[in-house]
Design a protein around this ligand. Structure first.
Ligand code: FES
Length: 659
C-alpha cells in the first residue's frame, strides 16, 4: 500500500492506484477527460498534469498515467502544473466551437466546467477552426463531431468495453474522426452510454434535444424497471415529461452503465393516453368517488359470492410496497386469495429460484464482472438481461472462460445432435448462437456445451452460473445451484424476487391456478398483466395501473396509478437486493410546449390535469380505510420495517437468507 502526500494530505492507496485516483480518494479533483473509472487510462488528453515535488519521480507528470508510489510528494496547484493544464485547455478550445450558451450539452459538459475552472476565456488563435461533417447515427443519438477533443473515451467504451464493431476511429494526427464507416443507426445495445461517457457534446440524447438545460430537470435516484437486474438510473424530467434517463453509478449492480432499453424507454411514461382518469363503468369520476364506489361494490360482491370468490392480483412489475399492500387487502377483506403471478409455471420457477439463493451463492452483476468462469444456460441474455451480457464481456476480457448451454424456446435444451450442428471449434470469435430460439450475437467468445455437467467448474476460483427462468424446468433451476459456484437467476420483472418472497408467505398459487378451480368470480388487479381471456362469469371489479392493459379495458372501476418515477418505492432485484427509488416528478399530463394538440387543457385549476392518481399501495391503503375501521398501517412495517431507512443512493439491502 503506497503512502504519498498530495497537496499536503497524506494518502494511502492500494497497489496499482494511479495518482489521479489517489487524489480523488481524498476529495481532490484533478481535471481529466480521457481517464474514466471503468475504462482506465489512455494518456490522450494531457489535462491531468500535476507536479511531483519529491520522491521517486519528479517534475510535471500526467497523473492518470503515473502509479502512486511510496514517498511521492504531489502538488496539483503548483504554478507549472496549473499553467500546463491551462495551455492544454486552450489548445483543445482552438478547434472547439465557442458556443456554450447555445450548445445543447451546456451545463453538463466536462470541457465547459474545466475551461471555466481553468480561467480560459479569451481566444488568441485567429485561424480557421477544423470542422467535420456529422453522421446520422440513428433516432436516439445525435452526432456533433466539431465538439470532439479526441479523448478516445467513446471508441474505448464502444469497442473494448461493449464489444461493438460498427463504430470506430479513423484518420490520424489532427484529423481523427469518431463515427461509423457510413451513416446508420448504432448497432450496440449499449450505444446510449456514449451520451454519458463523452466529456463534451459529441454524442447527445437526440430524444431530449433542446428540451431543457441540466438545471431545469427534476431528478432523483431511481432504479430501472425494464428487467430484473435493478440497474441504477437518474431519470430526468421537466414539466411532467420524462425526457431522458442516465446511468447512476453503483459498483455492485450496474457499475457505470445501463443498456439502451433502460435509457430510451421513456415514451411509455409520457403517453397521453395512459390511464390518468379514474372511471366507473366508463364514466370519469374523481379518485375519491371511484374508491367509494369500489368499497360499496366490494361489500355487495362479498355478500353475494363470499370472500373466497375474490382474487387480489399483484405483479412483478409493481413496487414491493404495492405488493405488500395487496396481501393486506386480502387480510382486510377477511378471506379471498392473493397472488403475484398470473402464470403458474412462472410462479413456480420464480419461487424456486428465489428460495435457492443465499447471501453466499447469489451472484450480483459485479460477481459476474469478476468471475473467471461463466456458464450461461436457458437464457437469451441480450433480451432478458442485457447488462448481464455486458458484465460477462468484462470477465471474458479479463480472461474468464465462458460456456453456453444453448436453448430452444420451443423444444427446451438443444439436443446433443442439435448443439453439435452449431458447435464451433473451441472458443470462437464469432459469437452468434441460438438462444431461446433466436439468433443472438453476444459480445464475448464462448464455447457451446450440451449440459452443465460438461463445464469444468472445479478449475475456476470464481465461477458463476447465469440461468434463465422463462423456459427452464424446476429441475434445471435446481441444477444451477452447485457447491462453490455463485448463481444469477434472470427473472421476469423488476420486482419478481419481491413477489416470490411475498408468495412464500401468502401462498404459491397463481391466478391461472385460482381461475382453474372455478371458485373465483371477481378480480382486483393491481398493475397486473391478466390473461387476454378470462373464464366466463369472472369480472374485473377494479384495475389499478399506469399502463393500458387488458385489465384496464375490462375493469368496471379504473384506478390510475403513478409510474415508478412519480412515487417513492422499492424493487427487489434478481439477486434479492432491495433498492429504493425516489419520486422524480409529479404525476400529470406532460406539458409539451405550446403545441395546442399536445398541451393539456388551459383551465384554471389547482391540480395538474391527469394528476388525480395515486401509487398502487396508497390506493389499497385508501380502500382499506373505507372497508375497515382501524388505522391502516403503511407497507413497510412488520417484517419489512428494516427497509424504511433504505438509502436510495446506497448499495441496497440483500433480502436473501444467510448461507
Ligand atoms: Fe490523464 Fe487524459 S486524463 S491524459
Amino acid at each position: 500500500m503506497p503512502k504519498l502526500i498530495i497537496d499536503n494530505i497524506a494518502v494511502e492507496v492500494p497497489e496499482g492506484t494511479n495518482v489521479l485516483e489517489a487524489a480523488r480518494s481524498v476529495g481532490i479533483t484533478i481535471p481529466h477527460f480521457c481517464w474514466h473509472p471503468a475504462l482506465g487510462k489512455a494518456g490522450a488528453c494531457r489535462v491531468c498534469a500535476v507536479k511531483l515535488l519529491d520522491g521517486p519521480v519528479k517534475g510535471l507528470q500526467m497523473s492518470c498515467m503515473l502509479p502512486a508510489q511510496d514517498g511521492m510528494v504531489v502538488s496539483t496547484s503548483d504554478e507549472e502544473a496549473v499553467a500546463m493544464r491551462r495551455s492544454v485547455i486552450e489548445w483543445l478550445m482552438i478547434n472547439h466551437p465557442h458556443d456554450c450558451p447555445v450548445c445543447d450539452e451546456g451545463g453538463e459538459c466536462q470541457l465547459q466546467d474545466f475551461t471555466i475552472a481553468g480561467g480560459h476565456g479569451l481566444r488568441r488563435y485567429d485561424g480557421r477552426k477544423r470542422t467535420h461533417v456529422n453522421q446520422y447515427l440513428g433516432d436516439q443519438i445525435e452526432h456533433e463531431m466539431n465538439r470532439c477533443i479526441q479523448c478516445y473515451r467513446c471508441v474505448r467504451f464502444y469497442q473494448e468495453y461493449a464489444g461493438g464493431t460498427d463504430f470506430g476511429v479513423t484518420g490520424r494526427a489532427a484529423s481523427v474522426y469518431f463515427g461509423r464507416d457510413r451513416d446508420g443507426a448504432l448497432e450496440s445495445p449499449f450505444s446510449g452510454n456514449l451520451v454519458d461517457i463523452c466529456p463534451t457534446g459529441v454524442f447527445t440524447d437526440k430524444t431530449a434535444r433542446f428540451r431543457a438545460r441540466y438545471w431545469d430537470y427534476d431528478m432523483a435516484p431511481s432504479v430501472c424497471p425494464h428487467c430484473s437486474l435493478g440497474c441504477n438510473t437518474v431519470p430526468m424530467a421537466r414539466y411532467r415529461e420524462l425526457l431522458k434517463t442516465t446511468a447512476r453509478h453503483n459498483d455492485t449492480v450496474n457499475g457505470w452503465f445501463i443498456c439502451d432499453r433502460g435509457r430510451f424507454s421513456n415514451a411509455i411514461v409520457n403517453a397521453p393516453d395512459r390511464p390518468r382518469q379514474a372511471l366507473v363503468d366508463g364514466s370519469p369520476v374523481t379518485m375519491e368517488q371511484a374508491l367509494d364506489t369500489l368499497a360499496d361494490r366490494l361489500a355487495g360482491f362479498l355478500e353475494l359470492h363470499g370472500p373466497e370468490s375474490l382474487a387480489i392480483v399483484g405483479s412483478p412489475r409493481m413496487s414491493l410496497e404495492g405488493n405488500i399492500m395487496a396481501a393486506r387487502l386480502r387480510n382486510g377483506l377477511g378471506a379471498g386469495a392473493v397472488c403475484y403471478f398470473t402464470d403458474q409455471l412462472q410462479a413456480a420457477r420464480t419461487m424456486q429460484a428465489a428460495s435457492l439463493l443465499t447471501t453466499a451463492n447469489a451472484a450480483s452483476q459485479d460477481d459476474v464482472r469478476r468471475a473467471d468462469l461463466v456458464a450461461i444456460m436457458a437464457c437469451d441474455l441480450l433480451d432478458e438481461a442485457p447488462m448481464l451480457a455486458l458484465a460477462v464481456r468484462q470477465s471474458w476480457r479479463d480472461g474468464a472462460r465462458v460456456y453456453v448451454v444453448p436453448f430452444d424456446s420451443a423444444q427446451g435444451p438443444i439436443s446433443a445432435q442439435g448443439a453439435d450442428s452449431i458447435q464451433k471449434e473451441g472458443f470462437v470469435q464469432e459469437t452468434s448462437c441460438r438462444l431461446s430460439g433466436v439468433e443472438a450475437t453476444l459480445p464475448f467468445e464462448f464455447k457451446l456445451v450440451t449440459e452443465l455437467a460438461d463445464i469444468p467448474f472445479n478449475s475456476a476460483t470464481r465461477p458463476v452460473i447465469i440461468c434463465g427462468t422463462r423456459q427452464t424446468s424446476l429441475n434445471e433451476i435446481q441444477s444451477a445451484i452447485c457447491n462453490g459456484v455463485k448463481t444469477a437467476f434472470v427473472l421476469d420483472g423488476p420486482n419478481a424476487f419481491g413477489c416470490a418472497l411475498l408468495a412464500q408467505e401468502q401462498g404459491p398459487q397463481s391466478l391461472e391456478e385460482l381461475l382453474s378451480n372455478g371458485q373465483i368470480k371477481g378480480i382486483i388487479s393491481l398493475e397486473a398483466d391478466l390473461p387476454g381471456e378470462l373464464p366466463e362469469g369472472v369480472q374485473v371489479l377494479a384495475a389499478a395501473d399506469w399502463q393500458n392493459t387488458s385489465a384496464i379495458a375490462k375493469a368496471g372501476i379504473v384506478l390510475p396509478t403513478t409510474a415508478w418515477i412519480e412515487m417513492d418505492g422499492t424493487f427487489v432485484n434478481h439477486e434479492g437486493r432491495a433498492q429504493r427509488f425516489r419520486q422524480v416528478m409529479k404525476p400529470g399530463l406532460p406539458i409539451k410546449g405550446l403545441t395546442p394538440e399536445l398541451h393539456p387543457p388551459r383551465v384554471h385549476r389547482h391540480d395538474a390535469p391527469g394528476g388525480d392518481v395515486l401509487p398502487a399501495w396508497r390506493i389499497v391503503t385508501e380502500l382499506l380505510g373505507r372497508i375497515g375501521d382501524g388505522q391502516v398501517e403503511g407497507p413497510l412495517t412488520g417484517r419489512w420495517e428494516g427497509l424504511q431507512g433504505l438509502d436510495a443512493e446506497g448499495e441496497g439491502r440483500r433480502l436473501v437468507e444467510a448461507a
